[in-house]
Ligand binder design. Sequence first.
Ligand SMILES: Nc1ncnc2c1ncn2[C@@H]1O[C@H](COP(=O)(O)OP(=O)(O)OP(=O)(O)O)[C@@H](O)[C@H]1O
Length: 374
Amino acid sequence: MGVEVRVEGLTKSFGSQNIWSDVTLTLPPGEISVLLGPSGTGKSVFLKSLVGLLKPERGSIVIKDTDIVRTSEHRLYEVRKLFGVLFQDGALFGSMNLFDNIAFPLREHTRKSESDIRWIVLEKMDMVGLQGAEGKLPGEISGGMRKRAGLARALVLDPEIILFDEPDSGLDPVRVAYLNQLIVDLNAQIDATFLIVTHDIGTARTVPDNLGLLFRRHLAMFGPREQLLTSQEPVVRQFLNGRREGPIGMSEEKDVAQVEAEMAALEARGGDQHNGVGPKGASGGDAVPPQLEPSPGLPERQAQRRRQERVARMLHEFDPATAQAIRASLPEDLLAQADAGVFAPTPLAGGRHWAAESAPAGGAAVLPGPRGRS
Ligand SMILES: Nc1ncnc2c1ncn2[C@@H]1O[C@H](COP(=O)(O)OP(=O)(O)OP(=O)(O)O)[C@@H](O)[C@H]1O
């Protein structure tokens, strides 16, 4: 099973330039999370911080009881082995064929025999639909195939956490749809924790269990997908609708008076529903489309039931629109438990962040509430 990644109070600056402050979120084990944010808000910096390539000056990133912000180089090296990373361009070596590219981490980091390596590489190539392409050079294949080769390489060390940096970049909408399905299928097969940075709103709306948005040097929101997809926060709605009107400007923030005038004009035109389908899959800010399911023949995502139990516990923390959307995703047994008051209220208001709890001693049926977090 994938591991939990717990980020608390994380702050990163380069010299006097603060990138973001006080970022707190937890990636639940085995679930898929998406991080959105206008260009330059530091999403890539966040991914690099998670793998220990950049050092935030404050806060912690706890993975398997290790705070990687403060740990030794040796321990960091060990924790890094838990990660697979899909870089934007696949980051393949141009002079190596796909087989050697995908075998590279195994040859570098393990003592496996060539026959074992061959078996693993072919298995991962099969998982991403690249059977028979072992001998191709990266320059001979399409961008979509390069992404899949990068993904196969990210899988060879059996990672428990996979980071995807804009997997959709440079792909046509149909290839993005295939890649999204592949991501969900892989999650069902390996149950690792996934974090995807993307600008593709279609991906954000249909792939993840959790959604977050970085804006103005802070994490504006992070929570179950239903929370962001039903949110009335102006910045969230602007981003999900891909429209110009709102707090996000072309290159920097807008002043309050300008935002107010834009929003009044937008309302006068009838609001978001008159925007139609915008770029990058944006359309309508408050519909919660069904989440993608694994392809027929694949196992159910193990994270699905865990997540259902988790959000059932959090139901009381959300506003009615979010709670209703979450209820629509829950099986009857959990709904009945929620309605019977089995899930204890918690002090956490807003449900922005998630915190894991261990099961109560004795395995009681009552699921514990999430720990309070401000
Ligand atoms: N090593 C570095 N040294 C100094 N500044 C950096 C460094 N890496 C990133 N930055 C700055 O951090 C800011 C955030 O960059 P980052 O690439 O993380 O944004 P992003 O949200 O991923 O953007 P995009 O959506 O366009 O990919 C930028 O202003 C960038 O110039």
